[in-house]
Ligand binder design. Structure first.
Ligand code: SF4
Ligand code: SF4
Length: 342
């Protein structure tokens, strides 16, 4: 008799620790202590002294007993495809945009992006109304809005306007006097007050366990392309197009390009295709398929395959430390001018 992992369960081996993930029930179990019984396979032969582990794994619904092992080529494989070259757009607005705003939203619509984050660097009620009118009949499913905090009465007027829009799921008030969130489950609408100036690109790229995602989409994407940058597009308040808000490189300007040119141009952006299995250190980390990534802040700025700078995990020791005080990262911290981030 054998114990065999269910099809939704798979093992990720790191340099020190080994995890067993169940993407169906969203569970992760550290199996470092008893990984050897699997011996690199998705099953093991049950011997008397393994009965305790076997019962535990069955109770926790990671697998079951069988006499007939499923051959490896009949096991579920992770495959990731997306019909959209751009699926996630971050766009900045000032009171008067330095680009053709209506044209930008037409392009976003033609790209069939399903997610948009709208960052108001400055705003007025008329500006918010104008932007909301562009997405009224759009294929965008989820909208996040970032607005500078301007005092509670003003913010309540904005909330009233946004919460009735079914696409708007989250509004962030940045530069607020406190960190606070209000979740309205009935309307699937969340308000977040944030002390930090979260539109400052330097705050992006933090790697921490809270952001890990044990879901089939993220795992499949992480194995195929870059899980942060693939499908992303940033449109700055000048209309400059970049891989993300923290990128230095300008790919083009929204007023000077077309969808077909942009699609060709982003194919040449190598960072979009770098997987976790190709990144130094991450490729030896047991969290590599659950973790987010960052290609803009790297331990070695000159190396596009270098580990994310803002990760404090050492997969060779299995411990988390504060990345910002790590002496080995000081050079890169200085390079990116991240010394006074808090
Ligand atoms: S690459 Fe880094 S900085 Fe850019 S969006 Fe991703 S996490 Fe943020
Ligand atoms: S080393 Fe850090 S960034 Fe890399 S996969 Fe592990 S936790 Fe994520």
């Amino acid at each position: 008799m054998y114990f065999e992992l269910y099809q939704d369960c798979f093992i990720v081996k790191g340099a020190k620790n080994i995890l067993l993930s169940d993407v169906h029930f969203n569970k992760i179990l550290d199996i470092t202590e008893f990984y050897e019984i699997f011996d690199g396979k998705h099953y093991f032969l049950i011997e008397d002294n393994l009965s305790e582990i076997t019962s535990f794994l069955i109770t926790e619904r990671f697998g079951n007993l069988t006499e007939n092992i499923t051959p490896e080529n009949f096991r579920k494989k992770f495959k990731w495809r997306s019909p959209n070259k751009i699926n996630e757009v971050i766009i900045e607005h000032k009171l008067k945009d330095n680009f053709d705003t209506a044209g930008a939203y037409r392009m976003i619509e033609e790209l069939s992006a399903s997610f948009i984050q709208i960052r108001f660097l400055e705003y007025s009620m008329a500006k918010i109304d104008e932007i909301l009118s562009f997405i009224e009949f759009s294929s965008i499913q989820t909208v996040e809005i970032l607005i500078p905090f301007n005092g509670i009465p003003q913010d309540l007027t904005i909330i009233k306007k946004l919460e009735i829009n079914p696409r708007v799921k989250t509004v962030y008030f940045y530069n607020a006097p406190e960190n606070r969130s209000i979740v309205n489950d009935d309307k699937l609408f969340t308000i977040i007050y944030y002390e930090k100036n979260i539109i400052d690109p330097k705050y992006c790229g933090i790697i921490q366990e809270d952001y890990f995602l044990n879901d089939i989409n993220n795992i499949s994407k992480s194995k195929a392309v870059n899980n942060c940058l693939y499908g992303k597009l940033f449109i700055s308040s000048n209309g400059d197009l970049k891989n993300c808000p923290s990128a230095d490189k300008i790919i083009n300007n929204i007023d000077k390009t077309s969808i077909s040119s942009l699609t060709e141009e982003i194919k040449k952006e190598k960072e979009r295709f770098i997987t976790k299995d190709q990144i130094e250190v991450c490729k030896d980390c047991e969290y590599r398929y659950f973790c987010t990534d960052c290609r803009m802040f790297r331990e070695s700025p000159e190396n596009i395959f270098s580990k994310p700078l803002k990760c404090g995990y050492d997969p060779y020791k299995g411990i988390w430390e504060d990345w910002s005080t790590n002496p080995l990262k000081l050079k890169a911290i200085k390079y990116y001018e991240l010394e006074n981030l808090n």
